[in-house]
Write a protein that binds this ligand. Structure first.
Ligand SMILES: Cc1ncc(COP(=O)(O)O)c(C=O)c1O
Length: 657
């Protein structure tokens, strides 16, 4: 392998030339590097060589700065198929790489086209050794991949210092400037952020609700990066993205299979769409209070039992990093004519590292929602909707998107999506490799404390899904604290108060830590140091008030939407003796009742209230101070459940669901 020259700019884009023909390879490397030295080189192109496919693949996995691989397919003494195999192996590990082939003649090109057409970015003929020309083509490819059309247009517009006679009212921050009351906000948020807070009145910045210019271009780049046919930017998070897709695919009364473990936005989507849900009980790890995927057998059985189903939605990975083996499930759904939506709110980074792939799109999902802000560098609320549905109705989707989207989207959020995509493509592999490395180190260190233990897949997997090919996203670390003598709430508070560390979430006996592209070595060592100190102050073992188990789903008396839109009546959850109110048993709930965390509804609108659910909610209220219960109504000083009156229930069109 020859050494790469020093790059011409801060960015480094390594070009790896792969050929068994050492002399030819050396000529190409020298030619490209010569051109890089003579011409403008903003992408930092620096070529080096690899003698064969295996070493090229190893190099691409070891060095995230490799952006382009030029594979010699035309080496006369060599085997073309080998070059194609190298290309396929590279695509399988780093799909964001740009791949070029060098060919001997036209027959060669036909072979390459037949074997790997879509995946190959371009071709060079071996005989045409115009290395300046090659360098220009490679640089242009890098410039295109790293382009940020919306962000660039936004910067350009802000740079023009155009007077604002439009919304937002702060006029580019001028309302804050010099104010004795709110002037500090200007300094805190920063001038550029305020100047870039613009509106649809600026035509050169396109419109999120009908993109035809720079937003459309940015979305096309995102689609390519994430492997979608179409990608849409959403500035109302994955919460809204899920609802948009539901309304696009489901008409009132359509059957929908959904993971009971889905985020509450999915359950809201059921109300809005008027769909007829079939709830699939998720697996539960009772020991740690963690919800896992729905067992594959349950999903497949539901597909067989409900042939009229329109849509299946699953969450992968879960909040705790458990991800389905999606391909066989999606295949079964498609065979039954069912569209598959996968909520990848926690898995937007997966495309950019082989350890995390395949993504849901790669497994054949029709629609995928991702909170780009959760694990990549976008701002909070910035999400993406990816579409690969062959029967996609763009007009219908647009109508539904626009129904939910604000007419005043935050332009900094859109720019952050553009930049987060660029970063994922250009350095995602390197940054995620780093997170995985830190995660591995942190797991090992946590296990040395004696008081805390980083849980592995085997610890997290509920028994029901052990044979389902579930894998763990190792960047999400669940720490078992049961041997530490600390309570989870206490530990969470100690981490903030004594060590300035805020974790993601906790259950009664675990803490969850997220490593992302923003994790640094010093954050890792500060956290370890804090845990080590806390472990040294080890307390006597204590017994935990175990979280009561989430009861299984009871039954639906009517469509969730029908129950939700009734007025209902409010009945106290707990009676005068501190017991579950017996008057609620058998009544039909109007709201979604969600203990948070973990955010899984224990009652949905239309569901018949059963004693186990009431007992569960009562126990939660009496034992778990840190849990919020969303959906309960405060009425006359009491916590109440809104339920259908008998008359409302009788009048509803459908009684059995
Ligand atoms: C599985 C899942 N889907 C969707 C969402 C909503 O995402 P957002 O915060 O981007 O609206 C969340 C948020 O935590 C989630 O956990």
């Amino acid at each position: 392998m020859t050494a790469a020259p020093k790059p011409a700019s801060h960015a480094v884009s390594r070009v790896l030339v792969v050929s068994a023909d050492a002399a030819w390879c050396a000529r190409v490397v020298a030619g490209i590097n010569g051109a890089a030295a003579q011409l403008d080189n903003p992408m930092g192109v620096a070529a080096s060589s690899a003698a064969d496919g295996e070493s090229a693949i190893a190099e691409c996995l070891a060095d995230g700065e490799v952006q382009i691989v030029v594979i010699d397919h035309g080496d006369p003494g060599h085997q073309g198929n080998h070059a194609v195999q190298t290309a396929q192996a590279l695509i399988a590990s780093r799909p964001e790489l740009s791949l070029y082939m060098t060919l001997e003649d036209d027959a060669d090109k036909m072979l390459v086209e037949a074997l790997a057409s879509d995946a190959i970015t371009g071709y060079f003929y071996r005989s045409e050794q115009d290395f300046r020309g090659w360098f220009r083509i490679l640089s242009a490819e890098l410039a295109q991949k790293s382009d940020t059309p919306f962000y660039d247009a936004l910067k350009e517009y802000v740079g023009q210092a155009i007077d604002s006679w439009h919304t937002p009212g702060h006029g580019g921050g001028d309302s804050f400037k010099g104010s004795p009351w709110v002037g500090d906000f200007y300094d805190f948020v920063g001038e550029e952020m305020l100047r870039a807070d613009l509106s649809v009145s600026v035509p050169m910045l396109d419109s999120l609700l009908r993109p035809t210019g720079v937003i459309a271009q940015s979305q096309r780049l995102a689609a390519k990066a994430f492997g979608a046919n179409k990608t849409y930017f959403a500035t109302n998070g994955t919460s809204t993205s899920n609802k948009v897709i539901f309304q696009t695919l489901l008409a009132p009364g359509d059957t929908l299979l959904l993971d009971r473990n889905c985020h509450k936005s999915v359950h809201h989507g059921v109300i809005l769409s008027g769909a007829r849900p079939v709830y699939l009980d998720s697996s539960v790890n009772a020991r740690f209070g963690i919800f896992g995927p729905v067992p594959r057998a349950i999903v497949l059985q539901a597909i067989a039992d409900h042939p009229q189903t329109k849509v299946l939605i699953l969450t992968s990975c879960t909040y705790d990093g458990l991800r389905y083996d999606l391909a066989p499930i999606i295949e079964a759904a498609h065979a039954a004519g069912i569209k598959v939506i996968v909520d990848e709110a926690w898995y937007g980074h997966a495309r950019f590292h082989p350890e995390l792939r395949p993504t849901a799109l790669e497994c054949g999902a029709d629609y995928v929602t991702q909170s780009t802000h959760k694990v990549l560098s976008a701002f909070s609320q910035a999400s993406m909707i990816h579409v690969n549905d062959p029967a996609f109705d763009e007009h219908l989707f647009r109508e539904n998107f626009n129904m939910h989207a604000s007419t005043s989207p935050q332009y900094n959020l859109i720019a952050s999506l553009d930049v987060a995509r660029k970063q994922a493509v250009m350095e995602g592999y390197r940054l995620i490799s780093r997170s995985l490395k830190y995660a591995q180190e942190l797991r090992a260190k946590i296990n040395t404390t004696g008081a805390f233990r980083a849980l592995e897949l085997a610890d997290l997997l509920p028994d029901e899904v052990r044979g389902d090919g579930i894998r763990l996203d190792l960047t999400k670390i669940t720490v078992d604290i049961s041997a530490s003598g600390y309570g989870a709430d206490e530990l969470r508070e100690l981490l903030i108060e004594r060590f300035n560390i805020q974790i993601e979430k906790n259950t009664h006996n675990t803490l969850t830590l997220l490593l992302t592209v923003g994790s640094t070595r010093s954050k890792v060592s500060r956290l370890f140091d804090a845990l080590l100190r806390l472990a040294k102050d080890k307390r006597a073992p204590r017994t935990y008030a175990r979280m009561p188990e989430v009861p299984r789903f009871s039954s639906l008396a009517c469509l969730p939407r029908d129950a939700f839109y009734e007025t209902g009546e409010r009945l106290p959850l707990i009676d005068d003796h501190g017991q579950p109110n017996p008057a609620l048993i058998g009544r039909v709930c109007c709201d979604q009742i969600v203990p948070y965390p973990p955010g899984i509804p224990v009652l949905v609108p239309g569901q018949v209230v059963a004693l186990p659910v009431l007992a569960y909610l009562t126990r939660l209220l009496q034992t778990q101070k840190s849990i919020d219960l969303h959906g309960l109504a405060h009425f006359d000083g009491e916590l109440c459940l809104r339920v259908l009156t008998e008359a409302e229930l009788q009048a509803l069109p459908q009684r059995s669901v």
